[in-house]
Design a protein around this ligand. Structure first.
Ligand SMILES: Nc1ncnc2c1ncn2[C@@H]1O[C@H](COP(=O)(O)OP(=O)(O)OP(=O)(O)O)[C@@H](O)[C@H]1O
Length: 322
């Protein structure tokens, strides 16, 4: 099995201080991360926190209203959206679903269906597929075009626990065999794919980021869910030192309230360290005062508690205490 690692390669996509504004409201702001070949980045956050908006900005479906998004020239993206507009009353086979957005050769369809384990469903009606089978069909469609970057918006939606493990195993094996970069979106705030290199927690801005704690090292979790689950799922354990108020403002730990949580709002100790600086997804900076890892918006003092696990930079060299 091939193993691709990203440290010495330029990112496939990188966002620097990216923000998207609609109808006078910032949907997301100050977003910074990158995805390189062989790397898995997971965006988590509650409903409406801007995950899909961020993913769309990353792949160029949306243009950022501030900041920048850079993609390598000729980047091929395989995008599995959260929602598909399919007329479920019309008959549609899996094979036909594969070619709805562009022609594919028969061999390409066969290979993609085989890679996702659903060759036997090529002529099945899409409306009769189970949740997990449907997600595999969408993955096959994205894979068939041999993307450099796979963007999967809620790939485990409608899938039960063991189906989730199986899908994450599949995504991992796709990454290992093709070396593509993967941007995953999940609204599960706590359980992420164990192979994730970087978890980014969004809530209109980057609340915190870090590496997931490997479940395989937590005997309680293994006991509860079994070792198979522990190999595929990891707990992302984090703590935010602020609260999002219903009107969109942010209340900080010291009780102060600001319009939003953004570098330079003056409420955070770390402002003095980082004002005006941008850090990529893996540019964690050791913070003597707080002992936590920082990303772009960690200027606002949010931190991921990784329960003893170090946040690592993309080259694996720089580590921060957490
Ligand atoms: N084109 C648009 N115009 C105005 N508001 C929008 C637009 N697209 C999204 N929004 C709003 O932006 C916010 C973020 O939406 P987005 O779909 O990115 O969130 P999400 O984190 O992916 O949510 P979910 O987990 O529910 O899928 C939501 O409040 C949504 O209503």
């Amino acid at each position: 099995m091939l193993k691709f690692r990203s440290s010495d390669q330029p990112p496939l996509v990188s966002l620097v201080n990216a923000g998207v504004r609609r109808n006078g409201r910032w949907l997301v702001r100050g977003v910074e991360f990158s995805v390189s070949r062989g790397e898995i980045v997971t965006l988590i956050g509650p409903n409406g926190s801007g995950k899909s908006t961020t993913a769309k900005a990353a792949i160029g479906v949306l243009k950022p209203d501030e900041g920048s998004v850079a993609r390598t020239a000729g980047l091929k993206v395989g995008y599995v959206p959260q929602k598909l507009s399919i007329d479920w009353t019309l008959p549609l086979t899996v094979e036909r679903l594969m070619t709805l957005t562009g022609p594919l050769k028969g061999r390409e369809i066969e290979e993609a269906l085989a890679a996702t384990g659903i060759s036997h469903l090529a002529r099945a009606e899409v409306q009769h597929l189970s949740g997990g089978e449907f997600q595999r069909a969408l993955l096959a469609r994205a894979l068939a075009r041999r993307p450099d970057l796979l963007v999967l918006d809620e790939p485990v939606q409608g899938v039960d626990f063991s189906g989730e493990i199986a899908l994450y195993d599949l995504i991992k094996s796709i990454r290992n065999s093709t070396g593509c970069g993967i941007l995953l979106i999940s609204h599960d705030l706590h359980v992420v794919m164990a192979e994730t290199d970087t978890v980014i927690c969004l809530n209109g801005h980057v609340c915190c980021r870090g590496t997931p704690q490997m479940v395989s090292q937590s005997p309680e979790y293994v006991k509860l869910f079994g070792s198979r689950a522990a190999q595929s799922l990891a707990i992302y354990s984090h703590h935010h030192d602020h609260t999002h108020l219903p009107d969109g403002r942010v209340q900080h730990e010291d009780g102060s309230v600001t319009e939003h949580c953004h570098p330079g709002d003056g409420h955070h100790h770390s402002d003095r360290h980082h004002s005006g600086q941008h850090h990529g997804a893996h540019d964690h900076v050791d913070d003597e005062d707080h002992g936590h890892s920082h990303g772009a918006d960690c200027d606002c003092g949010h931190h991921a508690r990784l329960q003893g696990f170090d946040a690592k930079s993309s080259d694996g060299k720089e580590k921060s205490r957490v």
